[in-house]
Design a protein around this ligand. Structure first.
Ligand SMILES: *Cc1c(COP(=O)(O)O)cnc(C)c1O
Length: 341
C-alpha cells in the first residue's frame, strides 16, 4: 500500500486525523457489531455520563513497521485485558477482549498508509477508548456506551537523541489510596494537569508521585512507571503499589531484564529514601519506551543518579535496546508479544 507523503522523522506527538476509525455502541445490554467510519466527530447528549461524571477510560498502543517490513503491534491482548479492568472499576460494560484485538487490527489495516516506515522512529499511535453516552443526571452509571478506536501517526519521542530528564517530587497526589490509580481512567489525568503545568513552569519535566497514604514510597509519574537499577548493575527494581497503573512496557521490561539480560528483578515497595542507593532511573511507557531520569528534586534537595545528565545509563540503555529490538523484529520476541496485522 502506498504510504502518505509525510515527513515521518519530523512528526510531532500530536493528534492528526486519519482515514478511518472503529465505532461500536452498547445499547439495551449489548454491543452492536461495530463499523469503520470516516466520521471523526461525535454527537451525543449534552447530559452524557462522560460529560457530567467523567465515566470514561482509554488505552494506548502503537503499530509500526518491523525491520523485515511487517506491520505489527505490541501485546495488544494486554491492552484489552487492562481495559476490561478499567471498565469493571468504572461500572462500564466490557468490550470483549478478542473483539478489542480484532478492532485494533482493523483500524491499523484501514489506516495502513499512515503506518510510518521502519527506521523513521515514528509510529502509528492507537487510542481505544470508551465513554458513557446516554443522559445521566442522578449519579449512576450510564445505560449506553460508545467504544471507539482511532489511530494517529506520531513522531519519534526523542528527537535529536535521548536526554535524561529532571523530575520533582510532587506535593499533590495523582490517586487516592484504594482509589482509581490502577486503572486507565481519564479522571486520573484530569487530576494531574494542575501539577504537570506547574512542574513545567518551575522547570521540571515530570512529577514523581509518592504513595498517597504515607508519602514514604515511590509510585509513578502522571503517565509512566519507574524502573531503578542497583549500584552494582545486577538488579532492576520497580515499585509495587495498588495505586500504580500496571504499565505494559514495565511488565515487558521485567521479562527482558530477567530472561534476556540475566538480571535480577525486584517488584516491591520502594522507599523514597532508597533512591540515593540506585545508579540509574528511568520512566517507562508506550510513548518513549524508556526516558532516562538524571535527577530527582525533592524541595530543593537534589538526588543525582551516577548515570548523569548527558546519556542514558548503561543498563537502562541495554534494557531499551533489547526491548526496542524485540519490538522492531531484530531480536526474537517471546511468544505472542508481536502481533501481525
Ligand atoms: C498508560 C500509563 C502508563 C504506561 O503504560 P504502558 O502500558 O507502558 O503504556 C503508566 N502510568 C500511567 C498512569 C498510565 O496511564
Amino acid at each position: 500500500m502506498e504510504k502518505k507523503n509525510m515527513d515521518w522523522s519530523n512528526l510531532g506527538f500530536g493528534y492528526q486525523v486519519t482515514d478511518k476509525r472503529f465505532v461500536s455502541n452498547y445499547k439495551n445490554g449489548a454491543w452492536d457489531d461495530g463499523v469503520m467510519t470516516e466520521d471523526a466527530t461525535i454527537t451525543m447528549s449534552e447530559c452524557a455520563g462522560v460529560l457530567q461524571y467523567a465515566q470514561t477510560c482509554f488505552e494506548g498502543l502503537k503499530a509500526y513497521t518491523t525491520e523485515d517490513g511487517r506491520t505489527v503491534c505490541f501485546r495488544p491482548d494486554l491492552n484489552a485485558a487492562r481495559m476490561k479492568d478499567s471498565c469493571e472499576r468504572l461500572r462500564m460494560p466490557v468490550f470483549p477482549e478478542e473483539r478489542f484485538v480484532e478492532a485494533v487490527k482493523e483500524v491499523v489495516r484501514a489506516n495502513e498508509a499512515f503506518v510510518p516506515p521502519y527506521g523513521s522512529g515514528a509510529t502509528l499511535y492507537i487510542r481505544p477508548y470508551m465513554f458513557g453516552s446516554s443522559p445521566v443526571i442522578g449519579v449512576k452509571p450510564a445505560d449506553e456506551y460508545q467504544f471507539r478506536i482511532f489511530a494517529t501517526p506520531v513522531g519519534p519521542y526523542f528527537k535529536g537523541g535521548v536526554k535524561p530528564i529532571t523530575i520533582r517530587v510532587c506535593d499533590y497526589d495523582r490517586a487516592a489510596p484504594h482509589g482509581t490509580g490502577h486503572i486507565k481512567a481519564g479522571l486520573n489525568y484530569a487530576m494531574s494537569l494542575y501539577q504537570i503545568v506547574d512542574a513545567h513552569e518551575q522547570g521540571f519535566d515530570e512529577n514523581m508521585y509518592l504513595d498517597p497514604g504515607t508519602r514514604t514510597y515511590v509510585e509513578e509519574t502522571g503517565g509512566a512507571n519507574f524502573i531503578f537499577i542497583s549500584k552494582d548493575g545486577s538488579t532492576m527494581i520497580t515499585p509495587k503499589s495498588d495505586s500504580i497503573l500496571p504499565s505494559i512496557t514495565r511488565r515487558s521490561l521485567m521479562v527482558v531484564a530477567e530472561k534476556y539480560l540475566g538480571m535480577k528483578v525486584e517488584h516491591r515497595q520502594v522507599r523514597f529514601d532508597e533512591l540515593k542507593d540506585f545508579s540509574e532511573c528511568g520512566l517507562c511507557g508506550t510513548a518513549a519506551v524508556i526516558s532516562p531520569v538524571g535527577k530527582v528534586v525533592d524541595h530543593g534537595n537534589e538526588i543525582c543518579f551516577p548515570s548523569g545528565m548527558d546519556d542514558m545509563g548503561p543498563v537502562t540503555k541495554k534494557l531499551y535496546e533489547t526491548l526496542t529490538g524485540i519490538q522492531m523484529g531484530r531480536i526474537e520476541a517471546p511468544e505472542g508479544w508481536i502481533v501481525e496485522i
